[in-house]
Write a new protein. Structure first.
Length: 306
């Protein structure tokens, strides 16, 4: 049974912004819509339309919802499952990411969560899987084992897919499309740190976005000025485990089943769309020590913290 879903509207009036903020929770994250307008009715309309769309995507692609499209595909592994155009396009994007990353990004690797738990609990509570566990689980990983077309998808038995690596960013982009259909007023949409804007604020002023320091003990966040496009951050500051003095981040190599080593603690990328920014940040982390050079080659704006 789903929890009660609500939105909250708050007036904003400070030195850097004015208008309304609509807050809600989705995809295990605090979410916010900021509209640079004094029209409360408009803010209320935006809040309903956008939150409904974000919740729709969450319900459809969450692996935690037994009635979702994702769960339907997973529970019927070994059989063909009918899909719609939206799911087909997301699967196409996932395949492009798989090819671009040379197999490092693989939405079928979500099954590895059955043996890995990244809660940052401490040396005496974190559990490291055995080599045998990783090897056995990897038998059920591999995008090349999946067949799909515009009408159906078939997973090999024992396999699962997980849209978590692209779902939130996709929701941001969908929300921006809907916002632009409703109003020309400046809007920022933030879903748990993955965000996008419809354009600059009034008088061509930038949106000021705080990027959390990956060192959770630090209060020195980075402030980024965003005039257009989207921004996404990927890292392991909150999801990791420590064993025998070694820190293991939650970004897993789909080929080996083990965490990527020597990657930055945090990567933030700016791109025209949030799904582009998010996947580039994740692909960079998967490059380990070569993360920065990978993004430099893409000729995009980014920030790396090690």
């Amino acid at each position: 049974m789903k929890s009660i879903r609500k939105t909250k509207i708050t007036a904003i009036n400070n030195a850097t912004s004015s208008g309304y903020s609509v807050s809600f929770n989705a995809m295990a994250s605090p979410c916010e819509i900021i509209i640079n307008s004094s029209d409360k009715n408009l803010a209320s309309k935006l809040g309903k339309v956008i939150s409904d769309e974000v919740w729709r995507i969450e319900d459809k692609y969450s692996r935690y919802d037994s009635s979702s499209t994702c769960s339907l595909i997973n529970t019927n592994a070994g059989q063909s499952v009918l899909i719609d155009e939206e799911t087909f396009l997301l699967l196409n994007f996932a395949e492009q990411c798989f090819q671009l990353s040379d197999g490092l990004f693989d939405i079928s690797s979500g099954v590895l969560r059955s043996i890995w738990s990244f809660k940052g609990l401490g040396e005496d509570k974190d559990k490291l899987p055995s080599t045998k566990q990783v090897t056995n689980t990897l038998k059920h990983v591999g995008w090349q084992k999946i067949t799909f077309d515009s009408k159906q998808i078939t997973l090999a038995k024992g396999m699962e897919i997980d849209f978590g690596g692209i779902g939130k960013e996709y929701a941001v982009d969908r929300a921006i499309i809907l916002a632009k259909q409703i109003t020309d007023e400046p809007i920022l949409i933030n879903l748990g740190g993955d965000l996008a804007v419809t354009g600059s604020r009034a008088n061509n002023q930038a949106w000021l976005v705080a990027i959390e320091n990956p060192n959770i003990d630090s209060k020195q966040d980075m402030i980024v000025s965003l005039y257009d496009g989207a921004l996404a951050t990927s890292g392991d500051s909150r999801r990791f485990l420590i064993k025998n003095g070694k820190r293991y981040g939650h970004i897993l190599n789909a080929k080996t089943g083990w965490p990527i080593e020597k990657s930055p603690r945090s990567i933030t990328v700016v791109a025209p769309q949030c799904i582009q920014a998010g996947i580039l940040a994740t692909l960079a982390l998967l490059q380990g020590k070569k993360a920065e050079s990978f993004l430099t080659d893409q000729e995009i704006k980014f920030w790396s913290r090690r």
